[in-house]
Design a protein around this ligand. Structure first.
Ligand code: BES
Ligand code: MN
Ligand code: ZN
Length: 495
C-alpha cells in the first residue's frame, strides 16, 4: 500500500519515520520545525550508515539518516536501505513514512522503495526453529510473508503525485519479479527440477497474465532440439522446454526474444566438476529465472512490448545414458557440434533455444542471459555482469537499464578473430574454445546459433549467486538480470 501526503504535514509523531535528507536551508524550510530541530540535534552529516539513529519517544520511533545530495548513489542507497530495513524489522513496523526533501533523493524514490521491498529477502524457509516435529518441512503456502509495510511518501507540494505513484508501483512490480527470480534460483536442485521450474513459470503466467507452452522430453526430441536433448538425456530427471509470450504492443510487429540458460543442476557431466565447484550449481538456471522474472514484471506492469521468453531446462549429469567428451551431436540449426567438454553444456542448450527464437518464433532481436563461464567472474568479479553484443541498440538499451537499476554491466569484446577458437577439426563448431577469452568465445558460440539476428548476451556466472551475505544483499540468489531485461525490453519498444 502506497499513499502520499504533503511534506508540510509531516508531523513528528509517525510510528516510523525514515528521513532522507540533503542538508541546507531549502530542506529546513520544507520541514516542520520540530523535525528540523531533532535533525540538527543529531547533526546528521552524511549518508554513511553510522549516521543512522533511532530515537524512541514512547511508542514513536523515528529512524533518521542524512544523505548529502552528491552521495545519493545506488550503492549508498542499497547499503543504507538494508540497514534501515533491519531496524524496521526489529521494530515490527507496519507503517513507514518517508520524507524526501531533496531533488536528488526524489529521483531515487522508486529505487528506495524497491530496495525497501528487497532488503530482507533472505532464503530461510528450510531453517526450522526449535525442536521441530518430524513433519516440519515448510510447505509452499506457509512462505514467509514478504516485508511489506504501508508506505507513505511525503512530497513537496510542487511534485505531481500521479507521477510519483506510477514510479512506486513500477518499483513494487520490479521487486516482485526480482523476489520471484531469487526464489527460483535459491531452491536446490532436488526441489527446483525442470518440471517444477515449468510449474512455477506457469503459475507466474497465470498470476500476471502471459502465455506459456511447456514441452516434455518426448516433444523435445520430436521438435529436433538435438543439442539440448544431448545434454538433457544424461539425467533421470526429465527436461522441459518453455516458451512464454507477452504480446501487448499491437502498433508494431517487432518481437523481442529473451533466452535464459536453465540448467537446474550442472555437475559438469563426464568433465565432472570438483565438489567445491559443484556445491552451488543449482544456481545454473539463473538466466532462466531472470527471463521468467522479467516477463512477469512486463506483464504485471502492462508494458507495451511484444516479448517471448525461451527456456531449455535440464540437468547436466553423469550416467550410462549421458553424453561423452568427444561426442559429435546435431542441433536444431542443422549444425554439428563437437563436444570437447561436457561442462560447457550451457551454450549447447542455448544453441537450440536461440535457434528456436530466431527461426521458429522469428524474433527480430534476441538477448540471451546465462550463468555461462567461470571466466567472467575472474575478469569482472561478482558485482559486474559481462555483456557481449553485436548490436548497438541492444547494447545501448542494456547500458541504460544498468544505469537506472544499479546492476553494473561491462561490455566485453567480440572481435571476429576470436571466432577461430571455436573452430572444430571434426565438426562445424566445437563447444569450447579453451581458457583464453573464455567469456567472449562462449558468447560467440551462442551467436553462431542466433540466426544472424541482432543479438545481445549477458554472462551472469559471477553475479547471479553470492555465497556470502554482503552489506547490500543476503546470501544466495541476487535476481540479477530481471531489472536489466525488463528495462531493456521497454527501451527497445520506445518506452
Ligand atoms: N555453469 C558453469 C559456469 C559457472 C561457473 C556458473 C561458476 C556459475 C559459477 C558452466 O556451465 C561451466 O561449467 N563453464 C565452464 C566452461 C569451460 C568448460 C569451457 C567454465 O567456466 O569452467
Ligand atoms: Mn558447466
Ligand atoms: Zn553450467
Amino acid at each position: 500500500m502506497i499513499s502520499f501526503k504533503p511534506l508540510s504535514s509531516a508531523a513528528h509523531g509517525c510510528l516510523v519515520t525514515v528521513v532522507l535528507l540533503g542538508e541546507g536551508r531549502e530542506r529546513d524550510a520544507a520541514l516542520p520545525a520540530a523535525l528540523v530541530q531533532n535533525l540538527n540535534a543529531l547533526s546528521l552529516k552524511s549518508g554513511k550508515v553510522e549516521s543512522l539513529r533511532a530515537v524512541m519517544e514512547g511508542q514513536v520511533c523515528t529512524l533518521l539518516f542524512g544523505m548529502l545530495p552528491e552521495e545519493v548513489t545506488y550503492d549508498a542507497l542499497e547499503e543504507l536501505t538494508a540497514e534501515v530495513v533491519k531496524h524496521l524489522r526489529t521494530l515490527k513496523a507496519a507503517q513507514v513514512d518517508v520524507l524526501l526533501a531533496d531533488d536528488a533523493l526524489l529521483q531515487m524514490s522508486g529505487a528506495l522503495y524497491k530496495q525497501l521491498l528487497l532488503a530482507d529477502d533472505g532464503f530461510d524457509r528450510y531453517q526450522t526453529t526449535g525442536l521441530a516435529p518430524i513433519t516440519s518441512e515448510k510447505k509452499d503456502d506457509d512462505k514467509k510473508e514478504p516485508f511489506a509495510p504501508g508506505f507513505t511518501l511525503y512530497l513537496p507540494e510542487s511534485i505531481p503525485q500521479a507521477e510519483e505513484e506510477r514510479k512506486l508501483r513500477e518499483a513494487a512490480d520490479m521487486a516482485m519479479g526480482i523476489r520471484a527470480a531469487r526464489r527460483l534460483v535459491n531452491e536446490p536442485a532436488n526441489v527446483m527440477t525442470p518440471e517444477r521450474l515449468a510449474q512455477e513459470a506457469s503459475q507466474l503466467a497465470q498470476q500476471h497474465g502471459f502465455d506459456i507452452e511447456v514441452y516434455d522430453e518426448q516433444q523435445i526430441q520430436e521438435m529436433g532440439l538435438k543439442a539440448f536433448w544431448s545434454v538433457a538425456k544424461g539425467s533421470d530427471t526429465p527436461p522441459r522446454f518453455m516458451v512464454m509470450r507477452y504480446m501487448n504492443n499491437p502498433d508494431t510487429d517487432k518481437l523481442l526474444a529473451l533466452v535464459g540458460k536453465g540448467l537446474t543442476y550442472d555437475s559438469g557431466g563426464y568433465a565432472l566438476k570438483p565438489a567445491a565447484g559443484m556445491e552451488t550449481m543449482f544456481c545454473d538456471m539463473g538466466g532462466a529465472a531472470a527471463v521468467i522474472g522479467a516477463i512477469s514484471v512486463l506483464a504485471a506492469s502492462k508494458a507495451k512490448v511484444n516479448v517471448v521468453a525461451v527456456v531449455a531446462a535440464c540437468e547436466n549429469m553423469i550416467s550410462g545414458h549421458a553424453y561423452h567428451n568427444g561426442d559429435i551431436i546435431g542441433s536444431l540449426a542443422g549444425k554439428h557440434i563437437e563436444v570437447v567438454n561436457t561442462d560447457a553444456e550451457g551454450r549447447i542448450t542455448l544453441a537450440d533455444a536461440l535457434t528456436y527464437a530466431a527461426t521458429v518464433l522469428n524474433a527480430d532481436q534476441i538477448i540471451d542471459i546465462a550463468t555461462l563461464t567461470g571466466a567472467v567472474g575472474v575478469a569482472l568479479g561478482n558485482e559486474i555482469t559481462g555483456v557481449v553484443a553485436d548490436d548497438e541498440d541492444i547494447w545501448q538499451a542494456l547500458q541504460q537499464a544498468s544505469q537506472a537499476s544499479g546492476d553494473k554491466v561491462w561490455r566485453m569484446p567480440h572481435f571476429e578473430h576470436l571466432e577461430k577458437h571455436n573452430k572444430s577439426e571434426r565438426a562445424d563448431i566445437k563447444n569450447s574454445g579453451g581458457r583464453p577469452a573464455g567469456t567472449a568465445t562462449a558468447a560467440l558460440f551462442c551467436r553462431a546459433f542466433a540466426g544472424g539476428k541482432p543479438w545481445g548476451h549477458l554472462d551472469i556466472a559471477g553475479t547471479a549467486y553470492q555465497s556470502k551475505a554482503s552489506a547490500k544483499a543476503p546470501l544466495g540468489a541476487t535476481g540479477v538480470g530481471v531489472e536489466l531485461l525488463t528495462r531493456a525490453a521497454r527501451t527497445l519498444f520506445g518506452q
